[in-house]
Ligand binder design. Structure first.
Ligand SMILES: Nc1ncnc2c1ncn2[C@@H]1O[C@H](COP(=O)(O)OP(=O)(O)OP(=O)(O)O)[C@@H](O)[C@H]1O
Ligand SMILES: [Mg+2]
Length: 249
């Protein structure tokens, strides 16, 4: 039996309590098939990172369920098949790039031999070979972002979850990450990523989800979403404005 790569059913999550409760996600359901590149869009504060943190079980849902490749998030072993890049990657400043990847590989249960084979390839792929022996504390934002990407790929996971993978990158870095996502798709990986960069979403995604104030406004094919005659930006702005008008009506 093949399972969806990612399945989210009737997810709800709020922060705070009582009258001050902020409903970050309301009844979110999404299904992403193996091999798909899925772009998750929404204005600031829409609930994208909250959804991703729930997928990683860094947060617990108030209601609903999440499955990764058929495994219930938080109840079964599911993490070893996921690679994750956080919105704000954090590392041990005193470790070098190579040591950082070694640590991640060991924590994922890889053998030293497998890690030693994989690290040079990942550093090369992320353009970090020359920085391999430098301490991460001295890395620029873009270098940390690229190291975060290498870190997500150490154990060669089937499902990749990236929270704004292009943020903070210069045009060359962004181009490289786009190329990498396209390569990962060719390898048959499933990629779920959030982004505000609509041209990247347009270039990479099979399907998209649009979330606003915790409510999913659209999920489906990218082409099907585009309003006739206008691009993704215009279509995106239109759906957000319509939702705002409806909530005030
Ligand atoms: N730990 C937290 N405590 C309280 N509120 C939170 C917490 N995390 C998120 N929120 C709230 O949940 C809502 C959704 O936030 P989230 O970070 O998921 O948005 P986002 O779509 O990732 O936005 P951005 O594009 O700015 O990264 C916001 O109102 C935010 O203030
Ligand atoms: Mg976010």
């Amino acid at each position: 039996m093949t399972y969806p790569a990612i399945e989210i059913n009737h997810l709800r999550k709020g922060f705070g309590s009582g009258r001050k409760k902020n409903q970050a996600l309301s009844n979110l359901s999404l299904s992403i098939q193996p091999g798909e590149v899925f772009g998750f869009l929404g204005p600031n504060g829409a609930g994208k990172s909250t959804t991703i943190k729930l997928l990683l079980h860094f947060l617990k849902p108030d209601h609903g369920s999440l499955h990764i490749l058929g495994k219930a998030v938080g109840q079964e072993e599911f993490r070893h098949r996921i690679g994750y890049l956080s919105e704000f990657p954090v590392f041990y400043d005193h470790l070098t790039a190579g040591e950082t990847l070694l640590l991640s590989g060991r924590l994922s249960g890889m053998t030293r031999q497998a890690i030693d084979q994989r690290i040079p390839m990942l550093l090369e792929r992320m353009n970090l070979t020359e920085a391999a022996d430098r301490r991460v504390g001295g890395f620029s934002k873009g270098m940390k972002q690229r190291l975060g990407m290498a870190n997500a790929l150490v154990h060669d996971p089937a499902v990749l979850i990236f929270d704004e993978p292009m943020s903070g990158l210069d045009p060359v870095g962004r181009h490289q990450i786009k190329g990498l996502i396209a390569e990962l798709k060719q390898e048959g990986k499933t990629i779920f990523f959030s982004s505000h960069i609509l041209s990247d979403i347009e270039a990479l995604c099979d399907r998209i989800g649009i979330i606003h104030k915790g409510v999913l406004l659209y999920s489906g094919g990218l082409r099907d979403f585009l309003v006739a005659g206008v691009g993704l930006e215009e279509s995106f702005v239109q759906i957000i404005e319509e939702a705002d008008r409806a909530s005030f009506a």
